[in-house]
Ligand binder design. Sequence first.
Ligand code: G3H
Ligand code: 13P
Ligand code: ZN
Length: 332
Amino acid sequence: MTSYKELGLVNTKELFKKAVSGGYAIPAYNFNNMEQMQAIIQACVETKSPVILQVSSGARKYANQNILKNMARGAVEYAHELGYDIPIVLHLDHGDSFELCKDCIETGFSSVMIDGSHLSYDENVALTKKVCELAHSQKDYVTVEGELGVLAGVEDDVSSEHSHYTQPSEVIDFVGKTKVDSLAISIGTSHGRAKFKPEQCTRDANGILIPPPLRFDILEEVEKQIPGFPIVLHGSSSVPIEYVHMIEKYGGKLTDSVGIPEEQLRKAAKSAVCKINIDSDGRLAMTALIRKILVEKPDEFDPRKILGPARDELKKLYSHKNQNVLGSAGRA
Ligand code: G3H
Ligand code: 13P
Ligand code: ZN
């Protein structure tokens, strides 16, 4: 049993309280490898932003849970070495069972998500409550994120054909019965790099897809029901067209890519939305740079010369998000 405090991590409690009252959101960036972790920490130290390092069950399978745990410890030490101790959370993204959440809690995670959004309402309540009871009774309180409503989109371990918006009428009951610390809601975001079908979008003069706007009316209604309660947005990558173009220029094919416009995320971050999840944009930035280097330097075979520039681009992307989208810069 490792407590997250032994690793130098914090839970989300205080961070969310400050983010809700300060009108900004904490970045939750997914990581699976060393370069992603380094880029996240470099960007968050430089912009003085708190950060949630997010691990999916796919990441655990890919990288090994003990390695990820020790990378989180390394992230804390790395931030210190870079000269500024930012608050760092290690969070399980989309936990799909009590056992997985328990395992993460015992391995040093300071926060877990139990995603019962695909279950019936009553099953979701029962599972989320069970995870909260375990997490909250630890010597060091582990925070829990629950979810109501279903996001569309396809990732390795997260998939749903259609989205179902969160029903504001359910949130008081859900939060009261489960005792979750934060709630992920569905207001039109979705996972992955193709968030909407072309027929759901319009096109600008250059043929670029323009997505339908987020359902801010649902967000407002949720906020009326549970004022000041920490709200989470998943599926919040913006899918920058520059990266899509770069990937396609160097041999990739990413048909019908479309994300959530940054202005809409900035607007959400000013409300009770206090955690914004971003994974796909990092994947795009890394892939774009890797493809560029492999094409432009065909004699290069040192992985450091390929992954190093990709890491630099990632850092740039995360700094931009903290400063211009989430508003978390300067809040650590
Ligand atoms: O929401 C899902 C995250 O982007 C994680 O994706 O399960 O492929 O690691 P993954
Ligand atoms: P994106 O696919 O939009 O980056 O969303 C990531 C996410 O929600 C992780 O839980
Ligand atoms: Zn998600």
